[in-house]
Design a protein around this ligand. Structure first.
Ligand SMILES: [Zn+2]
Length: 434
């Protein structure tokens, strides 16, 4: 029995029970939280005094692209993209085509490191590297295990690089879905890029693959831009969601990303099938695709992702608030998306409680050295989360400290960054040639 008691904590547990405590303790046993609040009577095991620290649940990024980690600072595209599809063609499809095993590995390592440094302990990734397919998901799982991060995986299957590429990408998904089906810390899903880069024949193949897998669900971009919807209409369907539903691809393990242009009928279909919608405000704003309606976010209990734009979930929440305010849109409770909806979605998919500081939750915790400049209490701590906290000092996942005083225990940060800087230059050079 592996026990550890953390004492003298200020606990901020949005949407959990209890929500806010001071001078409190957390007892952890075998990777789970066993008690929250007072010191357990008669406890004699290992104890760590955490005086001065504020603790939050480890954060969840419900949609990320670790493959885009090396995009930071890359040269501008030769041709300036004029719309959403051109952004994909000129930037992201050149980047993913240029990834090989070494640059993919560097992206995973540097990306997951950045997640941990930002207190993100669960990442749902959507991967693309069309010139390095077989083994890519194994490499991702292997890397996440070194960091102790709980991980959703899938390979973005698409027709955009030809039929044989699609088949290899589909096979990589299926192999991972079989291999990691019983791994409690890995969630393998079937990755599809987007409806507009997939033929009916490819969707049919994906649907057949899904039928053979008990816990199968798809992870796909939907109606991110009107171009996706127009394509579905041209193919003779009412919408992207209706097209996916036609092939039987929607269920309660589906992750539907963006949904900026979904219709009322789509929402009804998604609710009926139990699909999860994930909203990515900074990406939508950056790509100028439009703003997801507040009514859709609220009625679908949408989760929050970053679409590879960043790994700081509190920053994503804050940007979401400001983007809507700037557009005069009805406000959204972004901390609810981050701490309630993401937790509900991920807990259902993994089959265990993730994202709370509750009894029996997975012991994923993020600690901050926080000396608040104003009074903090049970009724205003959400503002302190959004506008007061800085970078985490310590991170624990599944009951093990992965970071203590900004130092990572098993990870050599300098080696990872040296390598990712080297790989970034190699990647950018390859992209310039496309
Ligand atoms: Zn995405």
């Amino acid at each position: 029995m592996n026990q550890i008691l953390l004492s003298n904590l200020r606990i901020m547990n949005p949407f959990g029970k209890p929500k806010y405590l001071e001078n409190a303790s957390i007892l952890i046993q075998d990777g789970l939280i066993r008690s929250v609040g007072d010191l357990p009577a008669g406890y004699t095991g290992e104890r760590i005094d955490m005086a001065g620290k504020t603790v939050l649940p480890g954060m969840i990024n419900a949609h990320n692209h670790l493959y885009s980690t090396l995009a930071l600072g890359m040269p501008a595209p030769k041709k300036s993209p004029g719309n959403f599809v051109e952004i994909l063609k000129e930037i992201w499809w050149k980047l993913d085509l240029s990834l090989d095993e070494a640059s993919t590995k560097a992206s995973f390592e540097a990306g997951l490191l950045d997640c941990l440094l930002n207190g993100v302990t669960t990442v749902i990734d959507h991967h693309a590297s069309p010139n390095y397919i077989t083994g890519a998901l194994d490499l991702l799982v292997e890397t996440a295990k070194k960091f102790g991060i709980t991980l959703g995986i899938c390979f973005e299957a698409s027709d955009r690089n030809g039929e044989s590429n699609f088949k290899a990408e589909l096979s990589e998904n299926i192999a991972a879905m079989i291999k990691y089906d019983s791994d409690p810390n890995v969630l393998p899903l079937l990755g599809l890029h987007a409806s507009f880069t997939l033929s009916d024949a490819s969707l049919q193949q994906a649907a057949e693959a899904l039928k053979g897998l008990e816990n199968g669900g798809i992870h796909i971009h939907v109606a991110e831009d009107l171009a996706d919807e127009r394509d579905a209409l041209e193919r003779g369907y009412d919408s992207v969601i209706q097209r996916l539903d036609h092939f039987g691809l929607l269920n309660n393990r589906s992750l539907i990303i963006h949904g900026v242009y979904i219709t009322r009928q789509d929402r009804h279909t998604m609710l009926k099938r139990g699909c999860n919608l994930i909203h990515n405000p900074s990406s939508n704003a950056g790509n100028q695709v439009g703003i997801l309606e507040t009514e859709i976010i609220d009625s679908m209990n949408a989760g929050l992702g970053t679409d590879g734009k960043q790994n700081n979930m509190i920053a994503e929440a804050k940007e979401g608030i400001h983007i809507r305010a700037g557009k005069g849109s009805e406000p959204v409770d972004y901390l609810k998306l981050l701490f309630k909806n993401n937790s509900a979605i991920v807990s259902q998919l993994f089959g265990k409680d993730i994202g709370h500081i509750n009894i029996d939750s997975q012991a994923d915790l993020v600690f901050y050295d926080y000396d608040p400049r104003t009074e903090v209490h049970a009724h205003n701590f959400m503002s302190h989360i959004l506008y007061g906290l800085k970078a985490p000092s310590d991170v624990m996942t599944r009951g093990i400290f992965r970071m203590r005083a900004r130092e990572l225990s098993e990870i050599d940060v300098e080696t990872i960054h040296q390598n990712s800087r080297h790989e970034s230059m190699r990647l950018w050079e390859k992209m310039q040639k496309l």
